[in-house]
Design a protein around this ligand. Structure first.
Ligand SMILES: Nc1nc2c(ncn2[C@@H]2O[C@H](COP(=O)(O)OP(=O)(O)OP(=O)(O)O)[C@@H](O)[C@H]2O)c(=O)[nH]1
Ligand SMILES: [Mg+2]
Length: 317
């Protein structure tokens, strides 16, 4: 299929072509760039929401509620779950699949997962590219779900326009587990599982932390929304806060910066994974494969340090 054909079919939402293309993204196939170049032109209209937070805090449940809400407003929704145990990969957590299953027959809802393991295209870049595909498909709202651990995840969440950090009552001092990095990136906090004990304390602790931080930096204080994922209570308020944040970033032109930052993150990650793959090929063909190198280390013919030097010389001249 020609590049233009693929682009047209993705834009029309042809699920088979989309699925095949996303598989290529996961595989780190270099061909995808030609299509992505075209898709990039259609990027920038959707609102991208990042949802992060502790495992089991209710992210998928909240997303399920948000999808329901946006569908009543006739918005088209895409979801990318970045998680090895993600809802859509057929992974371990069957419960998760059931949580969003009510939308699986809705053609205007598109659910995808990005494998963290075995992903060759670079995790942030793959996520970003999938978001581009969803934008080209005409999705109005695109939600990225990720468990908030590690630098990779923080990078991924920076692909979003509005970042929601989900926490739950009863973590006690572990609210400190909302590490500084996460505190910085939250545009909205959600205290989910409001049916559980300790909601008031969690909100108080959060507010205190935010005020401390805010006094130092004089920035916009993220609102705290309380939800009950199971009943859907609080979801409309959450949606309203999302909308408010969206207006805030567009009226202050922050959205332009965020879109550019997304380009930057994708660029760096894509470049790194492309270079890595090229280097691996050169090592394999000119220096030796894994077992050859291990046996040469074993024979003390080589050591890692001079091999690095030699390899760099070979690759970069
Ligand atoms: N009591 C209570 N349970 C909830 C609430 N919201 C979600 N849950 C439950 O919490 C569990 C985890 O919910 P998920 O939505 O899968 O959480 P998650 O953050 O997506 O989990 P991971 O993707 O595994 O990190 C499920 O059993 C939900 O039914 C709530 O408001 N109250
Ligand atoms: Mg989940």
């Amino acid at each position: 299929m020609s590049i233009q054909d693929t682009v047209d079919k993705i834009r029309k939402g042809d699920i088979r072509v989309v699925a095949r293309f996303i598989r290529k993204i996961d595989d780190g196939d270099e061909d995808v760039c030609e299509v992505l170049k075209e898709l990039h032109k259609f990027s920038g209209h959707a609102h991208i929401i990042g949802i992060t937070g502790n495992p089991g805090s209710g992210k998928s449940t909240i997303i399920n509620n948000l999808i329901r809400f946006y569908r009543t407003k006739n918005k088209k929704v895409g979801v990318v779950a970045v998680d090895p145990s993600s809802p859509f990969s057929g992974g371990a957590i069957l419960g998760d699949r059931i949580r969003m299953q009510e939308h699986s027959n809705d053609p205007e809802v598109f659910l995808r997962s990005v494998a963290t393991r075995g992903n060759l295209g670079g995790l942030s870049a793959s996520t970003s590219s999938i978001v581009r595909v969803m934008e080209a498909m005409g999705k109005d709202i695109i939600i990225i779900e990720t468990v908030g651990v590690g630098q990779d995840e923080v990078d991924i969440i920076k692909l979003a326009h509005t970042t929601i950090v989900v926490t739950v009552p009863g973590l006690g001092d572990d609210i400190q587990a909302i590490k500084a990095g996460i505190l910085e990136i939250a545009d909205i906090f959600v205290v989910n599982k409001a049916d559980k004990e300790g909601v008031e304390k969690t909100i108080r602790d959060l507010r205190l932390m935010l005020e401390l931080k805010n006094r130092q930096e004089g920035m916009r204080t993220p609102p705290i929304v309380t939800t009950k994922g199971i009943t859907g209570e609080g979801i409309e308020i959450l949606a309203k806060e999302i909308e408010e944040h969206r207006s805030y970033i567009s009226s202050s032109n922050i959205d332009r910066y965020l879109n550019a930052r997304r380009d930057y993150i994708e660029f760096v990650d894509l470049l790194k994974s492309n270079i890595n793959r090229k280097i691996e090929k050169i090592i394999e063909s000119e220096i030796g494969n894994r077992s050859e190198l291990i046996s040469r280390f074993e024979n003390k013919e080589l050591n890692p340090y001079n091999l690095v030097e030699n390899t760099i010389k070979k690759v970069f001249g």
